[in-house]
Design a protein around this ligand. Sequence first.
Ligand code: NAD
Length: 300
Amino acid sequence: MYGKVLICDPVDDILIKKLKDSFEIVYKPEIQKDELLKIIGDYDVVVVRSRTKITREVISNGKKLKIIARAGIGVDNIDTDYAEEKNIKIVYAPGSSTESVVEITLAMMVIGARSLYRGIVNTKNNNFTKLKGIELEGKTLGILGFGRIGKAIAEAAMTFKMKFIAYDPMPVEYPDYVKKVSLDELMLQSDVISINVTMRKDSPYILNEPELSKLKEGVIIINTSRARAINGKDFLKYVKNGRVSAFVSDVFWHEPAIEDYELEMLKLDNVMITPHLGAQTKEAQKRIAIMTADNVIKEW
Ligand code: NAD
């Protein structure tokens, strides 16, 4: 059967090449909500990355929809419950950007530990003042969420000769160099925390005031997963008063920020945010495109 595919966000060419033998493709990488709601009814498959939200409304209008494909990992921009209710299949590309996210996480750990960001901004203004930092060696890295990326971070961060602890509520396997701990222990013991959890659209925050109040003085927090892992309003005070010495994150509650607490946080020197760059490498984008196209073809 020859189906119709709507691609709503920018994707690697290979995704289109792989699908075009079996599907008619319409590529609208900048489509806005109103247009999407208007035209979705003509399509059998919709492909999105993280920008386009597949809400209940979009699914309701998608009368012919059979597959929603997320060219990436998290599916929290899709109303998965409603899609399942409507018997629409959801495909995505698990594991396709692990290497890229691991590399950016290690870079963020070093950025958090050393004054690289401030130092570079200063030298751009011809200010060569020396700034201090700390070594990662001997410190405890707490990994929150020990799935594909969490595990790969522990493996890669061995190069820093750190101690490793991890918390995950699911029965996952831990290598012998990673100690399984409770969430409280992770908060109390970590010098650096890397957040690598999966979240659904409606998952509650994981770190609220009670958990945050246990943070070690001077902890560095890295988040390359989903901003909603942390309650941002509760968190603001901890970055403001320096209890968190550095918050380096690839994700933000709203991208771009709109809420007062977000705008206030962005102004702080110890808050360093990147615009969701984790999977933005040529290699990861290619793997994502291939895996997404293959999964669409498999489910069709
Ligand atoms: P994964 O499913 O392999 O692992 C996620 C782990 O998080 C699972 O083991 C799960 O049990 C655990 N988890 C869920 N809820 C938790 C909680 N409350 N506390 C602790 N652990 C919890 O996923 P992955 O491939 O490792 O990806 C991890 C995250 O990274 C996802 O959110 C994904 O969307 C994100 N990601 C971001 C980028 C980026 O561009 N920054 C790129 C790829 C993936």
